[in-house]
Design a protein around this ligand. Structure first.
Ligand code: SF4
Length: 356
């Protein structure tokens, strides 16, 4: 996880603007940076007044990502680090389910998500009722819910997981003697995890009937998909391989199994960021939301990041510097959750964190 503390320590708007222009010169037109720099400057001033900590998900647009967050990273990491601070207010520059996770881990803080339109096709792809029906259909099978779910779904789940530890959580449940594991909501993450561990996979809610017991452990998936990652095709990977034979291809496990099996490395946004930071190779191709490639390209001017600039998440795109400023000025929109949901949704997160 990285922090942009050095930018917030700059003493004048002019120096701040010049530093931001220099940092983003490879990825954002200078005029856009100059337009937004005073807003970012005002955010940095205001956050001290209201004692806020600002979190920036890896998919935030480059000017926002590189200017105002105290911490950048993936959603669970960010929520956990914010809970450790003495801030009164958390501003989560990310989508709504991320704000809910931050609220679950910091129930006494005010949590703001700058846009109420920042949804997610995965989080919206499964409801608590869907999960309860699956539990009824497969009695005794534990439910693992990806962190990309709303609090109401976490509240009826047994374990949470991230894209970085899904295999670890499923392996733990296998070792605990379970031979059927319900995994919601991302069909591809579930299927990729099953493949990785050599398990059978069956998708609930589809045409095929549920296989009978026996025949080996099985992951029971759900039909939701990330509307960004599902667009990558095996042909896209092969085209990049042909055009850039020296590029290391990294793909997010929300991509289809056919994309994952053609990539060099599969992993979470955290794994991708760490990989690029630590690997001396000169060229990488990222099969994930395109803003992350821009953010890494700005951070590593000596590397080339091949990315599909058209694949921008429309939900992440609703979070802007302008909205973030307005959110701090008005202390809205706030994430509000029922205390009972908070306490029930916290349990699967704690169980996941307890797995070693
Ligand atoms: S990139 Fe996919 S998983 Fe992430 S917020 Fe957008 S729709 Fe949801």
């Amino acid at each position: 996880m990285s922090s942009s503390a050095s930018l917030s320590e700059i003493e004048t708007l002019e120096a701040f603007t010049e530093e931001l222009v220099a940092r983003l010169s490879r990825v954002v037109p200078e005029g856009e940076v100059r337009l937004k720099a005073p807003l970012a400057w005002e955010i940095l001033r205001l956050k001290k007044t209201v004692n806020a900590v600002i979190l920036g998900h890896n998919y935030m647009e480059p000017v926002l990502y590189h200017s105002v967050p105290d911490y950048t990273g993936d959603s669970l990491q960010l929520s956990a680090v914010a809970a450790e601070t003495d801030a009164d207010v958390i501003v989560f520059c990310g989508v709504w389910f991320m704000g809910e996770t931050a609220k679950i881990l910091s129930p006494d803080k005010i949590v703001l998500v700058p846009s109420t339109k920042a949804g997610c096709s995965l989080a919206e792809g499964v409801t608590a009722d869907d999960v309860l029906r699956l539990k009824e259909q497969f009695p005794g099978a534990p439910v693992v819910s990806y962190v990309n779910t709303y609090a109401s779904v976490k509240a009826v789940s047994d374990y949470c997981c991230t894209s970085g530890n899904a295999d670890k959580v499923v392996r733990y449940l296998l070792n605990a003697g379970h031979d059927r594991i319900i995994f919601v909501p991302d069909r591809y993450l579930a299927e990729n995890t099953a493949r990785q561990l050599g398990l059978r996979f069956w998708m609930a809610g589809g045409e095929e009937e549920a296989p009978a017991s026996g025949g080996g452990p099985m992951v029971i998936g759900w039909r939701a998909r990330c509307e960004v990652h599902e667009l990558f095709t095996p042909e896209d990977v092969e085209n990049v391989r042909r055009q850039y034979p020296d590029a290391i291809i990294l793909a997010h496990p929300e991509c289809s199994p056919e994309v994952i099996e053609r990539a060099d490395v599969a992993g979470s946004t955290k794994l991708m960021v760490d990989y690029v930071r630590q690997n001396p190779a000169k060229r990488f191709a990222l099969f994930t939301e395109c803003a992350m490639g821009d953010n890494l390209a700005a951070e590593f001017p000596d590397r080339e990041l091949v990315r599909s600039c058209s694949l921008r998440c429309k939900h992440m795109n609703t979070i802007t510097v302008e909205d973030t400023l307005r959110s701090l000025q008005t202390l809205t929109p706030r994430v509000e959750l029922d205390p009972d949901i908070i306490s029930r949704a916290r349990k699967p997160i704690d169980r996941m964190l307890a797995i070693r």
